[in-house]
Design a binder for this molecule. Structure first.
Ligand code: TYD
Length: 138
């Protein structure tokens, strides 16, 4: 079962002081998985749409550590939602088998992505119709 209701915004601990800000994200404590991989996306123009895929296995947390972007999520069964990533101490949790699109990147956007898996191209579904078929078959 894929569950779009499991998509949620997370707020992380901040330990700012007069020296600046520090935000803490611990695997299995602040996010619901152990972190196996991180990658980050920057330099995307404002009219670019990234993502456009679902993952059979991976869960993600996306954090705009600089700048802003938006994330659209779809469950393939008619439910969708758009979330804004606009504060460095918040992130969005994305469970497996949710179609996602990242867009509306600010010029200073640095989108940090935490993943529960090592990269495996075979667990990515990059065709929306194929995604819908797999969701209906689950
Ligand atoms: P892609 O999944 O298209 O990025 P996005 O989700 O932002 O649209 O990934 C871009 C390229 O990078 C693609 O060739 C796959 C490769 N890649 C890896 O090799 N390892 C990774 O962990 C990720 C996320 C992507």
């Amino acid at each position: 079962m894929n569950d779009i209701n499991a998509v949620k915004m997370l707020e992380f601990q901040q330990k700012g002081d007069e020296r600046g800000h520090l935000v803490i994200v611990e695997g299995m404590n602040d996010i619901p998985f152990e972190i196996k991989r991180i990658f980050y996306i920057y330099g995307s123009d404002g009219d670019v749409i990234r993502g456009r895929h679902a993952n059979r296995e991976s869960e993600f947390v996306l954090i705009n550590v600089s700048g802003t972007s938006k994330v659209k999520v779809c469950d393939g069964k008619g439910k969708e939602a758009v979330y804004s990533l606009d504060r460095p101490h918040t992130g969005i949790y994305l469970p497996r088998m949710i179609w996602k699109e990242m867009f509306d990147f600010s010029s200073d956007s640095v989108l940090l992505c935490l993943a529960s898996t090592y990269y495996n191209a075979k667990e990515y579904i990059r065709d929306y119709d194929e995604f819908v078929q797999e969701v209906l078959g689950e």
